[in-house]
Write a new protein. Sequence first.
Length: 153
Amino acid sequence: MIEKRLPGNRELSFGILHELVGYQVRLAQIALFRDFSDSFAEFEITPGLFGAMVIVGANPGLKQNELARAVQLDRSTVVTVVDKLEQRKLVERRAAPSDRRSNAIWLTAAGAALLKQLRRRVAAHEKRLTRHLSPADCETLVLLLKRIFPERR
């Protein structure tokens, strides 16, 4: 099957790629990230930063290592994420009450206010990405995606 044309009207075939679930999931992820980037450009927020803010907002005082596990990143990468949010005064680190050797993270007032704005944008983003799906399709898709490598999540 020919899916695209190259310069000079040459044909480009993707072989079996379009039949592979992993390839389709990856194409969907790329499209999602592009739409997210376009929608949130003025805020300079990536999906990863947004996810970290949501988790910290829902779990005030979360330790950095707990955040790392929640967002499935290694600890050094989470330090970079928290550094970025802290530099923008969206979160603050404090010594964890239960273990003063560990840092815990809280949203600042500015972080909470921004997160409120971002949630409205995310709702519009979700609406765009599911516009070709029925509510039942969306529910089924989420259930199916959760069944892909659940032991690696």
